[in-house]
Design a protein around this ligand. Structure first.
Ligand code: CO
Length: 180
């Protein structure tokens, strides 16, 4: 019976591999040494007391450790993002910007690159942003909370110049509320 469970979990842990347990033996995959932080470069999505808790990180190699995750529409989502790199914020800052549905990610970050004074969140496009963290330097983290929007796919990016183009992007899938 338990054999079916890891398949579900792995949807959220594509970058983490699928060790399917707490052995810890596969936890280093995906991060690479020298990315800083000292902990495994693995993101997670869990439900705790009815809150969907998302933990993700970005590193000096311009990677998120979570590029796909799913939440249920209407759920309270608490997302913690950590910059586990060591390079200075001025050259390797990271954030997580979740875009509203059907916002063109590359167009958005093109505008964001001109908004350095606002930590690369373009002031005239706040309506295109569902939620975002602060821009973080090495070792910093930020936690944001939002209500999961209507079902659909929502892209998220790091809006630091060049990072989305380098692959620092992903998709949050919002599933219909199953009523449970
Ligand atoms: Co970045």
């Amino acid at each position: 019976m338990k054999k079916s469970i890891p398949g579900v979990v792995c949807v959220f842990l594509l970058f983490a591999g699928c060790s399917g347990g707490d052995s810890g033996s596969g936890a280093e995959r995906g991060g690479g040494s020298g990315s800083g932080g000292g902990s495994s470069f693995v993101g997670s999505v869990e439900t705790e007391n009815g809150v969907t808790v998302v933990e993700m990180a970005g590193n000096d190699r311009m990677k998120f450790n979570l590029t796909e995750f799913a939440v249920q529409s209407g759920a309270t989502v608490r997302l913690t993002f950590e910059n586990v790199g060591r390079m200075p914020k001025s050259s390797m800052g990271h954030n997580v910007v979740i875009l509203e549905q059907e916002v063109d990610a590359l167009g958005f970050v093109t505008d964001a690159a001109k908004a350095k004074e606002n930590d690369f969140i373009p002031p005239d496009r706040t309506g295109d942003v569902l939620a975002h963290t602060k821009l973080l330097g090495p070792g910093e983290s930020d936690t944001i909370e939002f209500t999961a929007p209507p079902p659909g796919e929502y892209e998220f990016v790091c809006s630091f110049p060049g990072h989305t183009q380098a692959g620092m992007r992903g998709v949050m899938t919002v599933e219909p509320d199953d009523g449970s």
